[in-house]
Design a protein around this ligand. Structure first.
Ligand SMILES: [Zn+2]
Ligand SMILES: [Zn+2]
Length: 236
């Protein structure tokens, strides 16, 4: 099981993707044994909310879901806690465009949701200006890789209609909600489809909720959210 899970680390040079240590990395993996072990320890599997996979002490629903704050989404999935090696991989994906980081995250993301519950993957869009700056949309990159593993198609069903401030730089759930409200538009034929939004990190869930509202208003039947990592702040 452990070996199978480790197989997603693609062959690379002798340098660890996370810690950069050239001496300890081997030929087969792009992570050194220490960083691999740390990453696997961050996997969200046990002690998580049954609806959104947020880390939880005990069983059942997290405070966020009990307060109805995942709605209108019906489910949330995440591969890792947003910490340590997982946080480094997300940063490499988001700001450094490391293909290996995307591949490592997507391999686990593809395993953490029920494939037959959804008809298609939908990337959370970047505004055109930001996408030009970054070169690509990390959510779309993840969708493509998860699609290769699950057979689910990617639907570019959303665009950003206005430039928003970067959520990571905004403190507080209310302010994040206001920042993204009404910032998306749906297009294409999505009527009756069950859609899984894909993004790198979920914190307050405000971006995903704004996307879900837009998709449901355009006729989607069900919307869930899948992220590479889930940050603890989301219960605040
Ligand atoms: Zn390392
Ligand atoms: Zn929850």
């Amino acid at each position: 099981m452990m070996e199978r899970l480790l197989n997603f680390f693609f062959p690379r040079g002798a340098e660890c993707l996370v810690c950069g240590d050239p001496r300890r990395a081997d030929e087969r993996y792009c992570l050194c044994p220490d960083c691999r072990r740390e990453l696997l320890s961050l996997r969200l599997r046990e002690n998580v909310c049954i609806r959104c996979m947020h880390p939880l002490d005990g069983k059942g629903l997290c405070p966020f879901c009990r307060a109805g704050r995942l709605e209108p989404m019906t489910a949330g999935y995440g591969a890792f806690r947003y910490a340590g090696a997982a946080r480094t991989l997300v940063h490499l994906l988001k700001y450094g465009y490391q293909d290996e980081a995307a591949a490592a995250l997507a391999a686990v993301m593809a395993q953490c949701f029920p494939e037959n519950r959804y008809d298609a993957l939908v990337p959370v869009p970047l505004h055109r200006a930001r996408q030009r700056m970054r070169g690509a949309n990390q959510s779309a990159v993840l969708c493509g890789l998860i699609g290769q593993r699950t057979g689910l198609p990617t639907l570019d069903a959303l665009t950003r209609t206005r430039k928003t401030n970067e959520q990571a730089k905004i403190k507080g759930a209310g302010a994040r909600q206001r920042n993204v409200r009404g910032a998306f538009a749906a297009h294409g034929e999505i009527s009756g489809l069950r859609l899984l939004l894909v993004d790198d990190v979920r914190t307050t869930g405000a971006t995903a909720r704004a996307c879900a509202e837009t998709l449901l208003a355009a006729g989607a039947k069900d919307v869930g959210i899948l992220t590479a990592a889930i940050a603890q702040e989301h219960t605040r």
